[in-house]
Design a protein around this ligand. Sequence first.
Ligand code: AHR
Length: 308
Amino acid sequence: MKFAKWLGGAAVAATLAFAASSAFAVTIGFSQVGDEGDWRPAFSKDMQDEAKKEGIDLKFADAQGKEEDQLKAVRAFIAQKVDAIIIAPVVTTGWSQVLEEAKKAGIPVFLADRDVEGDKSLFVARISADFNLEGKLAGAWLAQASKGNCKIVELQGTVGSAPAIERKKGFEAIISQFPEMKIIKSQSGNFTTDGGKKVMEAFIKATDNLKGVCGVFAHNDNMQLGAIQAMKEAGLKPGKDFLMVSVDYVPAMKEALAAGDANASVELRSAIGKYIYPVVTDYLKDKKELPKWIVIPSDLHASATPGN
Ligand code: AHR
């Protein structure tokens, strides 16, 4: 009698387990950069919340900014035979080998947010903002606010990452049109608040309290918020004596804009799961060829600039 009862129970458990696993439309592996700054965790939360809403079994792997951990995570997804892989690559290089492995395993790969260099046939599509445009928007705002005459210090993002490369390129494409606009100091703060603060402290020391500097361009808000801390600790007035422009438009930056400590921020949308997942699930259904790059808009938000 006991064995029969056990067998019945096991059968019920197996049925429930099967029902649970098939309750998910698809299983997707997501390799995320890390949790630097404020924007990244907001993006991660959105991807997890949206996956739940869409009945997607999301395997989430946070690489804590380490490329080697991202490669490990992607290989684990391949071994688990997930239906699709989404990657937000920390840096653009070093991806060909693992993307070849995913292709060989017949698992489609999509890029979200950041980008990779090399053979674009190794992934189906990239869904992201246009970082180069964000740099242009920041440069155009600063050119307008400074009437084309500004010596600038720049806080760069993670070295080798698509946003750092492209935002710098876009920004310089605009300011190079103005002979009196020049970047006089540039260093990476790795997209963190602490990194931005340390870089600004060094700039302040090297330029005798930012003498002659008119503007600060930071590749993301967290580094700008760190720079603001350093400038205030040195008795300087960011947002008033210095034009402050950055990217992301996170809540803490909205507060800094309202307080007059910053002047402009280009919004990088973090709620983008609702754009990414349909691209992936539709592709899994019909394998229809997609544009290599599906662009999500970025919008500039500026408070009144000093003197305007
Ligand atoms: O890839 C997007 C960038 O990465 C964001 O602008 C920044 O906050 C994050 O670290």
